[in-house]
Write a protein that binds this ligand. Structure first.
Ligand code: ZN
Ligand code: ZN
Ligand code: ZN
Length: 126
């Protein structure tokens, strides 16, 4: 492993998330960057950005991993415990700014919580 350099590919993906307001499925990312990097590079970068608290991942309605940028996370923990919304018409996926309360289970330690809301987005409603 050793010293990790910020390579051009990492920068490209980071810049993408800086300007992208929605969440994106992993296959769409692979497609988007297919000129610049291969699939395994993308996966590695996403893992790394998630470790660093820059993006978070969740499963979409199709069971596919989706990524969205984080607001206040750091390399120690992700604080973005919020629902995600997926439009069943156009497929748009986004973070929902609404904090969910995770039930404290006395005899278990909860490490992850996921809530996926599906329905019709504002664009498709008209
Ligand atoms: Zn996060
Ligand atoms: Zn829609
Ligand atoms: Zn999110």
């Amino acid at each position: 492993m050793g010293v990790v350099r910020t390579t051009k590919t990492v920068r490209l993906v980071t810049q993408f998330f800086d300007t992208y307001e929605h969440a994106i499925g992993v296959l769409d990312l692979v497609e988007k960057f297919k000129e610049e990097m291969n699939r395994s590079t993308i996966y590695r970068i996403l893992d790394r950005l998630e470790d660093e608290g820059k993006v978070h991942s969740f499963l979409g309605a199709n069971g596919l991993k989706h990524y969205a940028k984080c607001k206040d996370c750091n390399h120690k923990e992700h604080v973005d415990v919020h629902p995600h919304f997926q439009c069943t018409n156009c497929g748009m996926v986004e973070c929902v700014a609404y904090e969910i309360k995770i039930p404290a289970l006395p005899d278990k330690s909860v490490e992850q919580a996921q809530l996926l809301l599906t329905g019709i987005c504002a664009n498709c409603k008209d």
